[in-house]
Write a protein that binds this ligand. Structure first.
Ligand SMILES: [Zn+2]
Length: 206
């Protein structure tokens, strides 16, 4: 029985491994992109670029290797009677859009209304980065962060507001620098109760 389940795991691991390209394949793809852009990949300044780009993309997308919910596993129940909202404001982040693989640079404000447990405040930023370090669309990133906190902390409410600028719009296409996009996801009391909503939005500066 144990041997049987082990062999299935091994087979799955082997199949999983096949889907992941080796670094040389990634570097070759970057050389192709360089030629496509009008460059000579053999030019001195570009010789090590494919290696750097491969490493950089591993880092930009390191969120795929984690489940952001793990950052919310350790909670504190002794909150000294504190039952007001907790807000982490203007957390800088970067991500990449899934349509152009172009940078998304922005800031997020994350709030929740605890019931009986809270997390270390830096964990909210870790959840954000866990989802941001993937290919994203801003609307989904906002929703994923809010829902992860909602499901794992079971608070009375969650509010996530993200303001970001998209390089695919500022540096290409309509080329409109300086514009940013705002998205929000409100759950629980922040969605249902106008006073809670006004309080959180004004603390966030909106
Ligand atoms: Zn885009």
């Amino acid at each position: 029985m144990a041997d049987h389940s082990l062999s299935i795991e091994d087979a799955l691991a082997a199949r999983e491994a096949q889907k992941i390209p080796v670094p040389e394949e990634v570097q070759e793809a970057v050389r192709t992109l360089l030629r496509w852009s009008g460059e000579d990949p053999e030019r001195e300044g570009l010789v090590d670029t494919p290696k750097r780009v491969a490493r950089a993309w591993k880092e930009y997308c390191e969120g795929y290797a984690e489940n952001p919910a793990m950052h919310l596993a350790r909670t504190f129940e002794e909150v000294g009677g504190y039952d007001e909202l907790v807000l982490l404001k203007d957390i800088p982040f970067h991500s990449h859009c899934e349509h152009h693989m172009a940078p998304i640079i922005g800031k997020a404000s994350i709030a929740y209304m605890p019931t009986d447990k809270v997390v270390g405040i830096s964990k909210l930023a870790r959840v954000l980065h866990g989802f941001a370090r993937r290919l994203q669309v801003q609307e989904r990133l906002t929703a994923e962060v809010a829902e992860c906190i909602w499901e794992n902390l079971k608070p009375d409410g969650v509010a996530v507001v993200i303001e970001a600028s998209h390089s695919c719009m500022t540096a290409r296409g309509v080329r409109t620098p300086g514009v940013s996009m705002t998205t929000s996801r409100l759950l629980g009391c922040f969605l249902e109760d106008a006073r809670s909503r006004e309080e959180v939005m004004s603390l966030m500066g909106y």
